[in-house]
Design a protein around this ligand. Sequence first.
Ligand SMILES: NC(=O)c1ccc[n+]([C@@H]2O[C@H](COP(=O)([O-])OP(=O)(O)OC[C@H]3O[C@@H](n4cnc5c(N)ncnc54)[C@H](OP(=O)(O)O)[C@@H]3O)[C@@H](O)[C@H]2O)c1
Length: 245
Amino acid sequence: MSILILGGTGEARALATELHTRRITATSSLAGRVSRPRMPVGEVRQGGFGGIAGLATYLAEHGVDAVVDATHPFAATISANAVAACAHAGVPLLRFARPGWSGLPGSEKWTWVDDHHEAARAAAAPGERVFLSTGRQTLAHFTGPLATNAVLVRVVDPIAEPLPRGWQVLERRGPYLLADERELLRSFRVTTLVTKDSGGDYTRAKLDAAAELGVRVVIVRRPEPAGPTTTTVDTLAHAIAWAAR
Ligand SMILES: NC(=O)c1ccc[n+]([C@@H]2O[C@H](COP(=O)([O-])OP(=O)(O)OC[C@H]3O[C@@H](n4cnc5c(N)ncnc54)[C@H](OP(=O)(O)O)[C@@H]3O)[C@@H](O)[C@H]2O)c1
């Protein structure tokens, strides 16, 4: 029995640990995007597969019996590739998708938008002081519309591209605590938080801090699920049970 975990998330690391404890052979796959990734327990491979065909070839060549897609809810390409490659190779696929934040108290007052472009438009207004926590790969959507705003942008790895003059960069990695998030929003005098519906508890404290301080929230909706008919679970316990079966 050999399982491939498509990872890059805290839940994927937790799943690798649990399977390792149960002596189920699992390999975690990371995209290789961050310079010093947190490494899962057990076997790890890094880097893209080369699209759907590359992933299907990997599954066949490595005798993979089942795939758990535990990637981030916004990693839409790899999830779609997993659906197509598993169907092609005849390998069972489970999607683990952590619950989103739309059920949190106060979420109905947030400005929900469909993409980062719309988020930038919703956030941009003269005088707004923005905390931008949508990730390094999304920055190009914001640098133009928020060029004259004060922006605090939080990323894991350094940003190579030049940023507008009023922007400050904070290099941090979660999880984040409520007290720290509260202090961050206060000290930068944030008026608008821009985030995406990543869900889970790891990065949720900023939303709790924003609610306490009356900070406006602009939030990007999740992409549509890849392969809506794929078996999907939202707890680790269910993912472990599926993999063990
Ligand atoms: N998007 C986010 O906000 C976010 C946040 C936290 C963590 N992450 C993690 O970062 C990684 C990349 O996210 P993304 O949004 O850039 O992905 P993406 O846009 O869905 O994928 C782009 C390409 O990256 C490669 N790739 C992505 N995830 C991979 C994985 N786990 N193993 C091997 N190759 C992978 C694939 O290349 P090939 O086509 O060559 O196979 C894929 O086509 C994912 O593992 C995700 O879980 C993403």
